[in-house]
Write a protein that binds this ligand. Sequence first.
Ligand code: NAD
Length: 510
Amino acid sequence: MSNQHITIQDHINGEWISQRQLPSAPLYNPSTGAIIGEVPLGDAAVSKAAVAAAANTFPAWSATPLPKRMDFIFAMQAEMVNRKEELAQAIALDQAKHIAEARGEVQRVIEIIQMACTIPALIQGESIQGIAQGISGRIIKAPLGVFCGVAPFNFPALVFGWFIPFAIGTGNTFVYKPSTESPLFMQKVMQLLIDIGLPDGVVNVVHGDREVVEAWYDDDNVAGVCLVGSTPTAKAIAEGCGRNGKKTMLLGGAKNFLAVMEDAPMDLLIENVLMSGYGSAGQRCLAVSNIACVPEIHDEFVERLLAASKNVTVGDAMNPDVFMGPVISANAKARIENYIDIGIQGGATLALDGRQPEVTAENKDGYFVGPTIFTDVTPCMQIAREEIFGPVLSVMKTGCIDGALRMIKNHPMGNGACIFTQNAYYIEKFINEADVGMVGVNVGICAPHPYMPFGGIKDSLVGNNKVQGKAGIEFFTQNKVATIRVVNPRPADSTPAAQKDSNVRSCVAS
Ligand code: NAD
């Protein structure tokens, strides 16, 4: 796959679009730095054309019987199983996620779609009889129209799964904008959706940057916008959509803590910190970044972590024998290296420097940063406050669990936090008091299973809507309420009972 020039295309109303008149951006293989293709940079006109196609398709799609719609969701899942390796290779190429993790991401999406397969059970409405004489009430879980979704670079598959199966399964149509840095997965999945016979216009894809998204804010056909991305982007979309009364589901950035208690199971801890801190080269919204460790175990932990981190191998994301792939871009590498400088200048001790890690000659131009560890970090240092989004760990000392919980509470972000301990009191206290949306106990990555909701609090979630689980289904439906009076069509009995009942007039339109 890596030798061919990849032309990423928009897909609108059942057609692949070649946008020769629009500019494009190069598509890189971050493992080598080579240009492997190009991505069109859509403008407002292209974006609005995709929304118009989705809006035109909405009446027919929402009227499609639910079992028929579900046939497509089941087929999507089955075909993803069949194409798992091809899809994983796509993620490992342009996003340069390590191939083993890319396979894991596709497997996770398959499980997310399992959850979407429960839509028929979960969108059943409710009804109540006898609100007044001859009057009943009914709640219908109705679709809303066109939803639009924006993906970050780091989880091209997962975010597709969080949005599209739930949105279209519940009867909406969709316009999707992948990240320009990792569009290949969606190109492959769009072909998959065509192959399973999904009707034209149900899912449309437009590539590009913020111009594509900003065109949705004042488009009357757009019911809602969802994003997984950084907090500034989530806030910008909240503002644009808020002005125009659109529904939003906006997952933002993260800075995750891991608390190490004196009885932490050390082997398990080290293994999990490595997976969490260096997996996906630290570019995970649930990656551990700040480690708060109690004094009893601090020195042993740092020594073990340093020794294990020095053995972490770095190289091509397609190479199953290395532990860690590159970061996404030259810019990302420069940003992470700048944070390493900031950490040093801020007074932290650089215990392991990941700049210029050893890689093979074929990967010399790739965007690599090796495992990096700061010790003697304090919670108000810039490296402890800001999202670095790379394989950089900050180890801090805390006197006890209350100190760790205070650090978590005082941090503006609140995605996830984990604790390593065998003490039931600590576990319960941490679950109850950690000021985040997702908590982990003796796990390094506290990602909830797709059957449960996923999302943080504070600056990690803008608004109140989480993805996955029942929450994912809820977002894409409205609770439409009908108040129903059935009138006897026979003239002799046709006077509505309610008209005879003065109490009813006060609360029900007559
Ligand atoms: P980003 O915010 O730069 O971009 C995300 C998407 O938004 C891209 O498709 C981009 O084109 C678009 N975009 C950028 N600026 C925009 C603007 N002003 N208006 C409208 N759209 C805009 O994020 P990224 O660098 O691609 O991804 C990394 C970020 O995503 C990190 O902050 C990470 O924590 C976050 N993330 C969060 C979760 C979560 O579950 N909370 C999951 C994955 C990633």
